[in-house]
Design a protein around this ligand. Structure first.
Ligand SMILES: [Zn+2]
Length: 87
């Protein structure tokens, strides 16, 4: 049996999101067709977040940026047991 692995056709190709490493605030996840397509928006979010002081008057400057992909494995034949009959 062979298995093919590729992008999940039912999911967004990529999703970019920015997370503040100081407070955990995060931008809205932005779907992308190609990686980096929405990078400018992600950068704007980080710059705006740093521009706002927190309750202690400090500005957050560290960010974790994630780009998420979704994969799907397609076996050449059925590999799961038959679905149970529903009552
Ligand atoms: Zn923050």
């Amino acid at each position: 049996m062979t298995m093919r692995l590729g992008a999940d056709p039912e999911a967004e190709p990529y999703v970019i999101q920015v997370h503040c490493t100081s407070c955990g605030a995060a931008s809205d996840p932005a779907p992308e067709r190609v990686p980096g397509e929405r990078r400018a928006k992600a950068e704007e979010w980080a710059l705006a977040h740093t521009g706002k002081a927190d309750a202690q008057g400090r500005h957050h400057t560290g960010y974790r940026v994630t780009v998420t992909m979704f994969w799907r494995v397609s076996p050449s034949e059925e590999i799961d047991p038959p679905a149970p009959d529903r009552p």
